[in-house]
Design a protein around this ligand. Structure first.
Ligand code: C2E
Ligand code: CA
Ligand code: CA
Ligand code: CA
Length: 282
């Protein structure tokens, strides 16, 4: 009907019911997924935009669902956040990613892989004992703190800023580095960059998408790259899909990038071969 569903009363909509049932099912099944080893990690290369060398990988969780097939985070991360299962999932990904990097490095001591990037949800970061969990994961994997970059989002910095900053300082004192993921898409003010000990800005794909088509977008990314340089932060541009975008970013002095131009996320076995095939800037 005209006017949509703006009134207090809404017509019963079967698709909403289905959605709710699906969420409850997902929630229950996620517990099982961890128990039954159904989670997987894919890795996407992070590339030196000048030399084309793969310097790192980002770990991206997947769910090998027994009936629904291989599921990306879009299908379950939100439910995992709401129910708190994300704390367990995140801890598992952290241990898995560190062990994987240790394995790659042991297999090829001359590897160009310097670190693995791991996404940390705000809820996971705020769980008491998180810093100790990171410390233990590094030790258990036989890894070094320098091998780990934790990706947090701006939303984490909005609440309990003093506690968050203290934890970030502890992690950094260990040698772990911190990135702001999806930089520029959050609501926080830039002033946190002065107070928060961070090392890397990951420029969100939405800024990169139209970097060739729009003068404004280009100016914005250029400003972020300059800001980062002046604050002694490094930059990774996300979602680079074509050579023109890469060239534009390299021209601005953006040092690192990731995106389908270089590689989609792949299974761990595929990384060593990719790490040998460098793609120098034209
Ligand atoms: P993100 O951290 O911003 O990760 C980048 C996403 O963009 C990944 O999607 C990646 O596959 C995709 N991507 C990379 N390059 C390109 C490109 O050139 N074009 C396009 N169209 N997409 C590209 P994915 O793997 O589906 O992950 C989605 C989100 O799920 C991630 O966004 C992250 O927020 C979340 N996530 C993934 N793994 C974890 C995890 O272990 N823990 C937590 N808390 N969140 C995770
Ligand atoms: Ca990320
Ligand atoms: Ca991101
Ligand atoms: Ca993103």
């Amino acid at each position: 009907a005209k006017g949509g569903d703006k009134g207090t009363w809404q017509r019963y909509r079967p698709e909403l019911h289905t959605e709710m049932v699906k969420r409850l099912e997902t929630r229950a099944a996620l517990h099982e997924a961890i128990e039954d080893d159904q989670l997987r990690v894919m890795y996407q290369p992070i590339v030196d935009l000048h030399s084309g060398e793969i310097v790192a990988v980002e770990s991206l969780v997947r769910w090998q669902h027994p009936t629904r097939g291989l599921l990306g985070p879009y299908h379950f991360i939100e439910v995992a956040e709401e129910s708190g299962v994300i704390v367990e999932i995140g801890g598992w990904v952290l241990r898995e990613a560190l062990a994987q990097l240790a394995a790659w490095r042991a297999a090829d001591p001359a590897t160009t892989l310097r670190y693995v990037s791991v996404n940390v949800s705000a809820r996971q970061f705020r769980t008491p004992g998180f810093v100790d969990q990171v410390r233990r994961a590094i030790a258990d994997a036989g890894a070094r703190p320098e091998w780990l970059l934790l990706e947090i989002t701006e939303s984490l910095l909005l609440r309990d800023a003093d506690q968050v900053a203290a934890d970030l300082r502890t992690l950094r004192a260990l040698g772990v580095r911190i990135a702001i993921d999806d930089f520029g898409t959050g609501y926080s003010s830039l002033s946190y960059l002065r107070q928060m000990p961070v090392d890397v800005l990951k420029v969100d794909k939405s800024f990169i998408d139209d970097i060739l088509g729009s003068e404004q977008q280009r100016a914005l990314v250029d400003a972020i790259v300059t800001l980062a340089r002046n604050l002694d932060l490094t930059v990774v541009a996300e979602g680079i899909e074509d050579a023109g975008q890469r060239a534009a970013l390299a021209g601005m002095g953006c040092p690192y990038g990731q995106g389908y131009l270089f590689s989609k996320p792949v299974w761990p076995g595929e990384i060593p071969a990719l790490a040998h095939a460098m793609v120098p800037s034209p």
